[in-house]
Ligand binder design. Structure first.
Ligand SMILES: [Zn+2]
Length: 226
């Protein structure tokens, strides 16, 4: 296994590190992004923890390639804000469309270069979806026609078996929108198995990170990288 660090949007005020981890054998490519929204802290800390685990060799990528961008919008993360504009509305919506922000442009260029089979975008949201179906906290989101659906259903079921409080159970949400999001672009333009992971803000940080880490591990297993 080999880990290399690079810079996205290098030499601009948006510059942010990303990592490419190659397994020793061939396999699929998985791309993980966090910090598209700067105040969704558990998702960012989870992506950073994943990098740390890989560096310490506590988790190994055996097959294929993993790309991790732990903090897409570092300026927004520093200020603990969602980000202005909302980056997750600035990705290209069609092939001839241009991204409307230097960060989404750089991120989409990276995704286009590596054509990941899986595109996993880590977020956090308000509310518990099990109690209120209109909110996005504790959801795994994919397009209704996504090939990711069987896998994320397995992951939600698996996770829920170990979550004692039913209110905290994960639900799968099938959404065509929003256009301009990373998931929308990865699904429509790159034909990736694009998934958004949302933990609920009102839970303790350690619980949220724990959920994000378990989901990531399961997704890496589903993609046969570990
Ligand atoms: Zn978000």
């Amino acid at each position: 296994m080999e880990i290399k660090k690079y810079l996205l949007a290098e030499a601009t005020k948006f510059e942010t590190p990303y990592y490419i981890i190659n397994g020793s054998s061939k396999g699929k490519t998985v791309m993980i992004t966090a910090g598209v929204h700067g105040k969704e802290i558990a998702s960012i800390l989870s992506a950073k923890r994943l990098v740390a685990l890989l560096k310490k060799n506590k988790l190994r990528i055996e097959f294929g390639t993993l790309i991790i961008v732990p903090v897409v919008n570092r300026k927004a993360f520093k200020r603990r804000i969602r980000g202005i504009p909302d980056l997750n509305r600035t990705f290209p919506r069609k092939w001839k469309d241009k991204a409307r922000h230097p960060l989404s442009a750089a991120l989409f260029r990276l995704a286009k270069k590596y054509r990941p089979s899986w595109y996993i975008d880590l977020h956090e949201a308000n509310g518990l979806s099990k109690i209120n179906p209109r909110v996005l906290g504790q959801t795994l989101i994919a397009h209704p026609k996504s090939k990711a659906i069987p896998a994320i259903k397995r992951i939600a079921d698996h996770l829920n078996r170990s979550i004692v409080q039913k209110s905290r159970h994960f639900t799968m949400r099938l959404r065509t929108l929003p256009a301009g999001s990373g998931r929308h672009a990865a699904f429509h333009l790159l034909k990736a198995k694009a998934v958004t992971v949302e933990t609920c803000w009102s839970m303790p940080m350690s619980t949220r990170i724990n959920f994000q880490m378990k989901i990531l591990e399961k997704l890496l297993a589903e993609a046969n990288l570990i």
